[in-house]
Write a protein that binds this ligand. Structure first.
Ligand SMILES: [Cu+2]
Length: 169
């Protein structure tokens, strides 16, 4: 092969080739940039702050005792206990006692359920018969159970009944 200086013809050929290639490159790059959509920037999702779990309100603490007043229209739980519990769902700690006060002008007879039998919670029967103005405290409620109580002089009247659940400490 002749390694000497290129002929004019060869030179022209090279120049044409060069410009052709350059033109093709420009076209492809133009096409490329025209059709290629910019790659979507991957947006890192903002870290979701872990919500601090609100502890569910636990059951209210059982009472150390409660006072129930008997009036002409029914039983009333003392206001402090009533702020936490309903008369029909009193919760006390094991060993607690209930105090019954007869604020009526009639006698009342506080006894354990079941009506007529009064056998479920003999501890409650200590309250028993109360003349007007009299009050009495039950024996300690030591058994883990639910005790219903009622006024025997108003047997079957829901206003003269209640329930206490004894819980372990
Ligand atoms: Cu009874």
């Amino acid at each position: 092969m002749d390694a000497g200086p290129l002929t004019r013809r060869e030179n022209d050929c090279r120049r044409r080739k060069f410009w052709t290639i350059l033109l093709l490159m420009l076209i492809t790059s133009a096409c490329g940039s025209g059709t290629t959509a910019p790659a979507p920037t991957a947006v890192a999702p903002a870290p979701t702050p872990t919500p601090t779990p609100t502890p569910p309100p636990g059951p209210p603490k059982p009472l150390e005792g409660a006072t129930i007043t008997v009036t002409a229209v029914g039983f009333t739980l003392d206001t402090v206990s009533a702020s936490t519990f309903a008369l029909k769902d009193i919760h006390v700690y094991q060993g607690a006692r209930l105090t019954f006060v007869n604020a009526d002008i009639q006698p009342h007879d506080v006894l354990s359920d079941p009506p007529h039998l009064h056998t479920d919670c003999p501890e409650l029967n200590t309250a028993g018969y109360l003349v007007p103005g009299q009050s009495r405290t039950t024996d300690p409620l030591n058994r883990i159970m639910t005790c219903g109580f009622h006024d025997h002089t108003h047997e079957g009247d829901p206003a003269f009944s209640g329930k206490v659940t004894i819980e372990a400490r």
